[in-house]
Design a protein around this ligand. Sequence first.
Ligand SMILES: Nc1nc2c(c(=O)[nH]1)N[C@H]1C(S)=C(S)[C@@H](COP(=O)(O)OP(=O)(O)OC[C@H]3O[C@@H](n4cnc5c(=O)[nH]c(N)nc54)[C@H](O)[C@@H]3O)O[C@H]1N2
Ligand SMILES: Nc1nc2c(c(=O)[nH]1)N[C@H]1C(S)=C(S)[C@@H](COP(=O)(O)OP(=O)(O)OC[C@H]3O[C@@H](n4cnc5c(=O)[nH]c(N)nc54)[C@H](O)[C@@H]3O)O[C@H]1N2
Ligand code: SF4
Ligand SMILES: [Mo]
Length: 756
Amino acid sequence: MTAPKTWAAGVPAVRHALEYSLEETSVRRTGVTLLTMNQVDGIDCPGCAWADPAPGHRHRNEYCENGAKHINDEATTRRISADFFRRHPVSELGRQSDLWLNQQGRLTEPMVKRAESDHYEPISWRDAFDLIAAELNSLESPDEACFYTSGRASNEAAFVLQLFARAFGTNNLPDCSNMCHESSGTALHETLGTGKGTVSLDDLHHADLIFLVGQNPGTNHPRQLSALEEAKRNGARIIAVNTLPEAGLLRFKNPQQARGVVGHGTQIADRFLHIRSGGDLALFQGLNRLLLEAEDARPGSVLDHDFIRSSTSGFEEFSQHARGIGWDQILPATGLTREEIEGVRDDVLRSERVIVCWAMGVTQHRHGVPTVREIVNFLLLRGNLGRPGAGACPVRGHSNVQGDRTMGIWEQMPDSFLDALQQVFGFDPPRAHGLDSVNSIKAMQEGRIKVFLALAGNFVRAAPDSTVTEEAMRRCRLTAHISTKLNRSHTVCGGTALILPTLGRTERDVQPCGEQFVTVENSMSEVHTSRGRLEPASTLLLSEIAILCRLARHTLDGKTDIPWKQFETDYGTIRHRIAHVVPGLHDFNRRVVRPGGIRLPNPVNEGVFATATGKAMFTCNAWAMPQAPDGHLLLQTLRSHDQWNTIPYTNNDRYRGIHGSRRVVLVNPADLTELGLREGQSVDLVSVWTDDVERRAEGFVVVPYPTSLGCAAAYYPETQVLVPLESVAEASNQPTSKGIVVRLEPSATRLDASPQ
Ligand SMILES: Nc1nc2c(c(=O)[nH]1)N[C@H]1C(S)=C(S)[C@@H](COP(=O)(O)OP(=O)(O)OC[C@H]3O[C@@H](n4cnc5c(=O)[nH]c(N)nc54)[C@H](O)[C@@H]3O)O[C@H]1N2
Ligand SMILES: Nc1nc2c(c(=O)[nH]1)N[C@H]1C(S)=C(S)[C@@H](COP(=O)(O)OP(=O)(O)OC[C@H]3O[C@@H](n4cnc5c(=O)[nH]c(N)nc54)[C@H](O)[C@@H]3O)O[C@H]1N2
Ligand code: SF4
Ligand SMILES: [Mo]
């Protein structure tokens, strides 16, 4: 272990990215992919959903260290052949680590594992489609199938998948967003009438004050740091709210600019609030109370009365409720002093334009929805919505997670979308809401879901309660994964299991009508193209769209008039239909190829609030303070600097000074003393839940770390086993990957045994 870093990016970051790329791929492939990454007409980074600067303002190297790692993880020259599966039975693969499975390289041909066998064996594409179609058509109801999507899928693939699922007859469309920003979507829909953020990159550049709440941009959205640096040059102040002093929140050395490469870099956060786990609701409640009191003291000078009157509802009730929350509630819940919160109020009062950014440190708590609602209250008070330099910025994870939702990947799409599908395609889409991720697992457990098909992702590792989830998955009659790389979900098989290998985003996609591109939507609602450049990893790969269209043809067999064959040969024909279904994408084919693409309109920015009251809604949110009983801690499960979600790339976490192991638990030194634990000790993490089932993750090394008091941190997905399936956020049903009550027990596991 070394001391945690107090700065992010700069030269070592670029060097690490290149070291990783040279190890994984040939020099030429690395160069081709990186130079076209995030350029107009190039490959959209398959990493996070951060937006690109406007065309003409992009650097030659418009990517970050982690973007380079993600792209090279896909562009690896390692291959998994049929022989690999002959050598490795599924039972053995199931014992390998997530890191090892990913390191084996790209999947190259369709494989099947039949009920009586412990091996995957080759299968032709045609037989694979027949097999899935036969299973689907033998179901008693279409609702016995579910179709999972991970946010890397393109708009076109996502649209085709939901169309297939709905034409088949179900809205069972769980997705990774159920586990990611569902709490944001739920709260924003209710209060603003849209599930999306309201700001652009340009807004960030021109804000006076930016909050970064529960997010780690240095690792998870590195180019956000460039935007923050620009905002600071324009005079913005930045307030970071986090349970950990993350490297990227403190200092940033911009590798794209000479002054970032030498010197001390930019101090990003002007104010750092070292908050208790789950204290953000109370923080914004305290802040809102202070703003109301400042208005009392100087009437007419603090709140935006015009905006409140014309555009909001519920202010009076909210105002009364907010004044009733006492400092004896706010201070213990946040772990902050009153002076610290008053300091934030003063920053707010000095700022005309305020943006709040947030991510998993907010959404993955039991009270994630009320926390986002309270952030909205905060923005409404001073009219920080719908005008330049101000607004709500839920920072999205996967590169196209937002686009997938726009395309209809949601178990509860509104009737207006279903009506449009009906009009364009001439079939009756099912209207009853389908199953989300957690409810799909419950349905598998109960034998109500029999077929599971995934478009990308690693569902069994992304979902909570590993033991329960894996058992549920094994109860399915058929599991099928459209994937680029091997992961644990391929080893947790239903009666029959299929691997359907596909092109990655880096690869050239040639169809009978010529070379195709796809489109994606970033966190700021900009829809643009992505065009692969590399030769496909294998000649047997099909594109995601080809796989889905052929599956739809085999399954539906003439039951609809949907032109699946045409869709497969020319993706422009899919976009042509999307243009008639999705508001804001009219004339999609022509507009999307323009440099920079299309910015989808956000009704909030036009003063339109599609809420129950037709206005932006103030809400009254009950105060909450997550608490662990004596001898316990609140655990957050988070990402290291060297992983993509469920997939570790190495066992290091450079910015946090951790090397060589992921089975570590970060604990405040004062908590260690109180718990009688010491640095380097091996402990088991045991979570506590109402059902009395013991959930245990074995063999973690204790690392003293400046987390806030009472809060521990360990990596996901290794800690997934600890999160009870029943432990979900109120109203959004999102698993609580943060704020899990655990105790640390001295471990009986030998450290070198390195369990899964
Ligand atoms: N390199 C890389 N980039 C990624 C990903 C990846 O795996 N690797 N994943 C992508 C995806 S899908 C997503 S959703 C995003 C996730 O991006 P993040 O939300 O940044 O992801 P986490 O690693 O979960 O980090 C949560 C952050 O919130 C803080 N936190 C935890 N609990 C609390 C709390 O109660 N209050 C406050 N204020 N802070 C808290 C943690 O200390 C940490 O800094 O990243 C995307 N980008
Ligand atoms: N405990 C805990 N659990 C969490 C979280 C947490 O913070 N803590 N975070 C949650 C969040 S925010 C998210 S988004 C989910 C992530 O959940 P997922 O999106 O399901 O997981 P990933 O790890 O991103 O999926 C990686 C796999 O996607 C496949 N893949 C990669 N690229 C492509 C492609 O181009 N096409 C296809 N077809 N396949 C591809 C590869 O096979 C790879 O192994 O996990 C959630 N679960
Ligand atoms: S910030 Fe996100 S989208 Fe941009 S290069 Fe890095 S990983 Fe890719
Ligand atoms: Mo995510």
